[in-house]
Design a protein around this ligand. Sequence first.
Ligand code: HEM
Length: 512
Amino acid sequence: MAKLQGLLSAYASTVSPIILIGGLLVVWIVYNVVIVLRDPLRSVPGPFWARFTRLWYLREVAGGHFEKTNIALHKKYGSIVRIAPNYYSIDDADAIKTIYGHGSNFVKGKWYIASNNPKNKHPDLFTDLNPETHAVNRRNVASLYSMTSLVAMEPNAVACADILVQKLTEFANSHVPINLQVWLQYYAFDTIALITLSKRFGFLDTGKDNGSMIAALHSYLLYLSKVGVYHEWHYFLNWILSLLPNGGMHYMGSFMRQQVLEGQRQKSKSVLEKDESKPTDDFLTKLLRMHALQPDRFPMESVFSTCGTNIGAGSDTTSVSLAGILYHLMKAPATLEKLRHELDQAIEERGSSDILSFQEAQKLPYLQAVIKEGLRCHPATGLPMVRVVPKGGAKIVGRYFPEKTEVGVNSWVMHANKKIFGPDAEEFRPERWLESPERAAEMNRYILTFGAGSRTCIGKNISLLEISILIPELVRKFDFTLVDPNRPLEMENVWFVKQKNLDCYVSLRKGN
Ligand code: HEM
């Protein structure tokens, strides 16, 4: 009897886990079948596994090429594609207004949760999911990013462009190949630091990622792009990661703290309260004044998070965009020639070869068309900008989406749309912006490089300033040649779609 009991318990101990797992699997399958059968959107096409689990989307995002996958999905399945059980990617011109338009009640989806720092009591502008607090916070800082505020920022962009030109001249003389994307990162990081904190990180000077800060921001992007898909894990994973050493982020944090303290030393609370604000004040002075005048409404945490968001959201995005424009120019010699002709003429007419100002650059139509087209062909963000369908549901592409469904448009998908940009949408052709003002205005409505609506990029003017200062200067002064023109451009989509192998020879422009 004891033997039999022993046999039975041995049998039970080996079989029961299998039965348990099998049982759970059956329950999971039945649960999913019921969900699928009851889903009013069950007829929307998409990859098989995306119907049942977010793992399909996670795997694709982790692959680092979702911008390409997303375009291919819409080619295969049409305007609406399911990419996760309750999440749909949309490729439709009218959908932009419905989902992102001012006055639409679609709020940011939970994917953005993984971008926030759980330690912050007040979410930053980018990650705030609450439309009311977001609107208040955005209003608080909007004037710091306005066109008039750019006056104080222009000399910062010019100073950094000057250093980059000097460095590239040295590379041209030594005939050493460089990774242009990396140097554009140094420019973008140093410029946004100078604009925000009144001090450069010093990447342009050393030619190095000091303190591994750029690498740390890359790891943060790797994290948020994937953990956003399973946002429920963010707080736990973030806690685990906070136990590990993270030199780069600490470096950035202490750099920021030092500069803020320096700003406070230079201008005490009483001085800031009394001083009239001037458009020429630097960004940090403006932030510290806001805190001095209304410490409850704008606490020190908001001073730090605004600075941190500028650096996080405004560095890689700008370098990716600069690299996109220059890469396309390298691949299109006739366009480059035409652009140089316009720039040379502008320089000749004003009788000085000094760097073109932002205002001057804005008056050059071909330059503006090149920038616009570069930003269309390589928008910095490469995942759908997810939003939640509001109460009462919504009609998108003629189909009813129940409330709480998640939907999103990927800039790469929209910019490849042939109905909007024409049959040659995949080509880099700046002329499309100059064919007629009506056509340009129409296309402009569907450009998502800087997002759209109430959550549109607050730093757009700053990045356009940086781009408009640097591109003409580099195009006028240097020839860039790809080390291996036949090697396809490698990119990695970690929310920002970063170029990886932009290895080039730099030489001084012939005949310059
Ligand atoms: C070429 C450069 C840039 C590109 C392509 C870009 C792109 C974008 C996009 C697409 C969004 C919307 C994201 C979404 O809805 O999911 C966004 C938001 C944002 N960007 Fe930029 N950005 C750039 C530069 C900058 C700069 C220079 C700054 C700051 C100085 C900045 C700060 C922000 C912030 C704070 C938000 C959140 C705004 C809000 O939700 O109210 N960006 N950006």
